[in-house]
Ligand binder design. Structure first.
Ligand code: NDP
Length: 534
């Protein structure tokens, strides 16, 4: 599959042909998949302007009308599932089966959920304003679109991550400018194409292809919010650039997610989960299991099951049927893995499976064997920094406290998982772990649940995507306050007579208690003040 693609921005800016191009390559073979232009800062600005112009009428549509468009896009995705899965596989290296299960299926669900539920999730809310109600006041919140949302997305889930955010932003009434990763621009353009064919008005979703410089241009192009998913280092740069214009940002950054396996866990299920959690997507998921702590009593049995399962994984080109683990998405990422494993081994770690580049593939193929390490500790890079590859380092622990301490000994806090048959213990431990999501007897997968919030603490980021919390990131809460007794001057207005000062002290002592009874005691003073005003 090879194509020269035109993005929506390119079509609109055909007079300013970008000189630079990105060549997208299949990481399993090194072969060219297609090429796209690198959008200049001016082209990005114009894309934002087009989006801003288009947002006005898009934002004025009803939820039903916007949802109709998302549901039509969903039908197209369903119809073209095989073609989309193949494109994802070719641009990222992941197995087609995984493109369907981890990217397409969750987004089909997310699309139907937000298309149907956004209206209810963003329903205007009446606020309880306590005793101010007695003064004839009422308050409500109406959720309004932000305007133009800039989405900057990574290459590891080039379909599910941006598409989910696009759907939430559109349902909230915003226009979007999406900058896909330079490693997966064709998947980004495919998202744009699906919505265009679904009848999304021109300009409401602009795709700007390019590299880091294009992303940087988007951060300063005047969008109303930036949804960024990527590494901590780039996230920091995005936040710094956005701070100059006080543009709000959501940052979905890296992880070093721990898995704790207690001695009462179902060992077989936990071993299966550890292997899937660490090696799905060749370990290139922000919520991959990157550290596993197993109770010393079951460690031998658990580790041997993990090793057996890891060795049984079928590694091959992602488009071949039966492939469990494909190529890594880039040679650059593979080198990070080599460095982390090399450092661990040099400092005494034992390699029980893998530990090297996989052989037998075409020369340009970025394949790394699923790797299991023991004898690791928290001084090693492989236990501290995000490896983002098919590596599962294991340590043992003796007590619950020790497990919690080890899990929390990390600058990251995206997800974590606790394995035990005792759900109360699971929840107790979960409540002590510093992470945005803690799963009991599950790993990795909650990004796939449209209803649950996704995001981290510590270096793993700021803000949330998905769920109602994610939708609320994409709207401006508009507070409307009404006074139905407008004829009366408020008691706290001028003039500040000695009687007024006494009343204010009374308000501090009684009204501010929140008690209607206490406030009633001030009624005579308040009436006198009302009467004394002109
Ligand atoms: P990067 O930070 O390298 O890139 C992320 C995006 O930012 C890409 O589109 C990139 O463009 C763009 N970009 C690069 N430089 C800039 C800049 N100066 N200003 C604005 N945008 C810029 O991350 P990766 O693509 O390598 O993704 C891997 C990282 O993403 C991992 O750390 C992973 O943990 C994290 N991640 C987090 C998730 C979460 O939900 N918390 C989910 C998935 C991944 P280009 O690629 O063209 O250079």
């Amino acid at each position: 599959m090879m194509a020269t693609q035109t993005s929506q921005a390119q079509t609109a800016d055909s007079t300013t042909e970008a000189a630079r191009e990105i060549v997208s390559r299949d990481p399993a073979t090194g072969e060219e998949v297609g090429r796209v232009p690198v959008r200049s800062p001016e082209e990005v600005e114009r894309a934002v302007e087009r989006a801003r112009a288009a947002q006005k009428s898009w934002g004025a549509l009803s939820f039903r009308e916007r949802g109709g468009c998302v549901l039509r896009a969903r039908e197209i995705v369903l119809r073209e599932m095989e073609e989309i899965a193949e494109l994802i596989s070719i641009e990222t290296g992941k197995p087609i089966a995984e493109a369907v299960s981890m990217e397409i299926t969750p987004t089909l669900d997310l699309m139907q959920y937000f298309a149907r539920r956004a209206a209810r999730l963003l329903k205007p809310e009446k606020l309880d304003i306590g005793l101010y109600r007695l003064l004839g006041r009422s308050s409500r919140i109406v959720y309004r679109p932000l305007g133009v949302v800039g989405i900057i997305s990574p290459w590891n889930f080039p379909w599910a991550i941006p598409l989910g955010e696009v759907v939430l932003a559109l349902m909230a009434g915003n226009a979007v400018v999406l900058k896909p990763s330079e490693l997966t621009p064709l998947v980004g353009l495919k998202i744009g194409g699906v919505f265009t064919r679904a009848g999304l008005p021109e300009g409401v979703l602009e795709i700007v292809t390019g590299d880091g410089s294009t992303g940087q241009s988007l951060t300063v192009a005047g969008v109303n919010k930036i949804m960024f998913t990527g590494s901590v280092a780039t996230g920091r740069r995005v936040a710094e650039a956005a701070a100059r214009t006080l543009t709000p940002v959501v940052l979905e950054l890296g992880g070093k997610d721990p898995m704790i396996v207690f001695d009462d866990a179902d060992i077989n299920a936990a071993a299966g989960a550890a292997v899937w959690g660490a090696f799905a997507n060749a370990g290139q998921a922000c919520a991959s299991v990157e550290r596993c702590y197993v109770h010393e009593r079951i460690a031998t049995d658990f580790i041997s099951r993990v090793v057996e399962r890891a060795k049984a994984l079928k590694q091959n080109v992602g488009t071949r049927e039966g492939t469990d683990i494909g190529a890594m998405s880039s040679e650059r990422q593979l080198r990070v893995v080599e460095e982390h494993v090399g450092d661990a081994v040099a400092r005494g770690a034992r390699v029980l499976a893998g530990g090297r580049r996989a052989e037998g593939f075409s020369e340009g193929g970025a394949f790394y064997e699923p790797t299991v390490l023991t004898g690791v500790d928290h001084t090693m890079t492989v236990m501290r920094e995000e490896t983002f590859g098919p590596v599962l380092p294991l340590m043992t622990f003796a007590t619950e406290d020790e497990a919690v301490r080890l899990a929390n000994d990390s600058p990251f806090g995206l997800t974590a998982s606790v394995w035990t048959r005792d759900i109360r213990r699971g929840e107790r431990v979960a409540s002590q772990i510093e992470a945005g999501t803690v799963m009991v007897n599950e790993v990795l997968y909650t990004h796939g649940i449209a209803q649950t919030p996704w995001g981290g603490v510590k270096q793993s980021g700021i803000g949330r995507t998905h769920g109602r919390l994610g939708l609320l990131e994409l709207v401006a809460p508009h507070h409307i306050h009404v006074n139905r007794l407008a004829r009366l001057h408020d008691v706290w207005w001028f003039d500040y007579t000695p009687q007024a000062a006494t009343l204010f002290r009374g308000l501090a002592r009684r009204f501010a208690t929140g008690s209607a009874l206490q406030t009633m005691l001030l009624a005579p003073q308040m009436l006198r003040r009302f009467r004394s005003r002109k």
